[in-house]
Design a protein around this ligand. Structure first.
Ligand SMILES: [Fe+2]
Length: 356
C-alpha cells in the first residue's frame, strides 16, 4: 500500500512516516499541494493524507481538484484539521473520505487509514479528550508507544503459551506411545516446578526448566519399540540401549532455543543420582544440574504414587518415607527438604489434577 502524505510541517510528516512504515505502508511526502501534484504524476498513491491548512493551495481546494479528475477521483483522501467545525465541513464538501482532528495520535490516524484500505486495523488506543498540556502530538505518540508495548507484551505471552502447548503436545504424543498418561507429564512438571520454587525462588519464571521437565524423555523416540514396550525385564544390553534416551534427547533438542541452558541439562541428566550411581555420566552431588536434581524427586514421587500396569500405586505416606530414605543417596538432601516443606502443596497438585 502506498500513501501520499501532504503537510507543510516536516516534523509531523516524519512522525507519520515512522508510524505508517512500521506497518509496511510505503510513504511519499509532499510539503504543498503543488509538490503533491508532481509526486502523484510519477506514482499514483492508494490513499492521500492531506493537511487542510497549507500555504498556497489549501487542502480543501486540492482535495476538490483530485475529486474532479477521473485519474484521481477514486483515491480516498483523509484530511487532517484543527478542531474547527467549519474546516471539517469544507473538507467533507470537498469529498474527503475521513477527517482526523489535530492533535491526533498516529495510531488513531493509522486506524482510519487501514479501515479505508480494507485492512484489519491495528487496535487504536481509545480516543480521549485532550487535556491541558496534552496537545502535543509527541505526548499522544508516547501514549501510542505505551499502547503498542502492551500489544507486543500480549502477543509475546500468546507466543510463549503456544510454544508451551506445542511442547506439551509433543510430550503427550511420546507418552501415549510409552503407555504413560497425559496426567503423568503434567503432574511431574507441576511437582518439579513447586520444588524448584522452594529451593531457588524465582527460577520458575525461566521457562527453559518447564520445557526440560516436559520433554525429559523425548529421546525415547530413538529407542526401538521392542525395547521400549517390552513387557518383561530388559537384558543388560537392552538396558544400556534404553539409557541412551538421555543423550539422544539432548542431541535432538540441542538446536531448540527455548531449551538452551538448563532445559537441555535436565534432558541429559534426569537419571543422574546424588551419590553418582546414575547415568549417562555418573556425576554426583552439585555436579548434577539443579533442574535434574529437582526432577529426580518429582519423577520418583509420581512414579510411586501412580498405578502402573505391573503394580499398584504406593500410598503417599509410603512414597514420602521412600523419598526421605533416599536423601543423600538417590536424591539431593536440599531437594528432599524442599519436598517436606512443600508437601501440602504437592498433595494439592495431585488432588487438583485428579479432579481435572
Ligand atoms: Fe527418562
Amino acid at each position: 500500500m502506498r500513501i501520499l502524505l501532504v503537510d507543510d510541517e516536516p516534523a509531523l510528516r516524519e512522525l507519520l512516516r515512522a508510524t505508517l512504515e512500521s506497518v509496511d505502508i510505503t510513504v511519499d511526502e509532499a510539503a504543498s499541494a503543488l509538490e503533491a501534484e508532481t509526486v502523484m504524476r510519477r506514482r499514483k498513491p492508494d490513499l492521500v493524507v492531506l493537511d487542510l491548512r497549507m500555504p498556497g493551495m489549501s487542502g480543501a481546494e486540492f482535495c476538490a481538484q483530485l475529486k474532479e479528475k477521473p485519474r484521481t477521483r477514486d483515491i480516498p483522501v483523509v484530511v487532517l484539521t484543527a478542531a474547527d467545525p467549519e474546516d471539517a465541513r469544507s473538507a467533507q464538501q470537498a469529498g474527503a473520505a475521513a477527517v482526523v482532528h489535530k492533535p491526533f495520535s498516529p495510531l488513531e490516524l493509522l486506524a482510519v487509514v487501514e479501515g479505508l484500505a480494507g485492512r484489519t486495523p491495528l487496535s487504536a488506543p481509545p480516543r480521549r479528550k485532550p487535556r491541558a498540556g496534552d496537545e502535543e502530538e509527541v505526548v499522544l505518540y508516547a501514549r501510542d508507544l505505551r499502547h503498542l508495548l502492551e500489544i507486543e507484551r500480549t502477543q509475546r505471552r500468546l507466543l510463549e503459551d503456544s510454544y508451551l502447548e506445542t511442547v506439551t503436545a509433543l510430550a503427550i504424543a511420546l507418552e501415549s506411545k510409552d503407555g504413560a498418561t497425559r496426567a503423568h507429564s503434567q503432574r511431574v512438571q507441576r511437582y518439579a516446578a513447586e520444588l524448584l520454587e522452594a529451593i531457588a525462588p524465582g527460577t520458575t519464571s525461566d521457562h527453559t526448566y518447564e520445557y526440560g521437565f516436559l520433554l525429559h524423555d523425548i529421546g525415547k523416540i530413538g529407542i526401538p519399540d521392542s525395547i521400549l514396550l517390552k513387557p518383561g525385564p530388559l537384558s543388560r544390553a537392552e538396558r544400556k540401549r534404553m539409557q541412551t534416551h538421555t543423550v539422544i534427547g539432548e542431541q535432538m533438542l540441542a538446536g531448540v532455543a527455548v531449551l538452551r541452558g538448563e532445559g537441555l541439562r535436565i534432558v541429559r541428566s534426569h537419571h543422574e543420582r546424588w551419590d553418582g550411581r546414575g547415568y549417562p555420566d555418573g556425576i554426583a552431588g552439585d555436579d548434577v544440574p539443579l533442574g535434574a536434581r529437582v526432577f529426580a524427586v518429582a519423577d520418583a514421587l509420581d512414579a510411586m504414587t501412580s498405578n502402573r500396569p505391573y503394580r499398584r500405586a504406593l500410598t503417599w505416606r509410603a512414597a514420602h518415607a521412600e523419598i526421605l530414605a533416599q536423601s543423600g543417596k538417590q536424591f539431593d538432601p536440599d531437594v528432599v527438604d524442599a519436598f517436606r516443606e512443600r508437601e501440602p502443596s504437592l498433595v494439592e497438585v495431585k488432588r487438583e489434577l485428579a479432579a481435572a
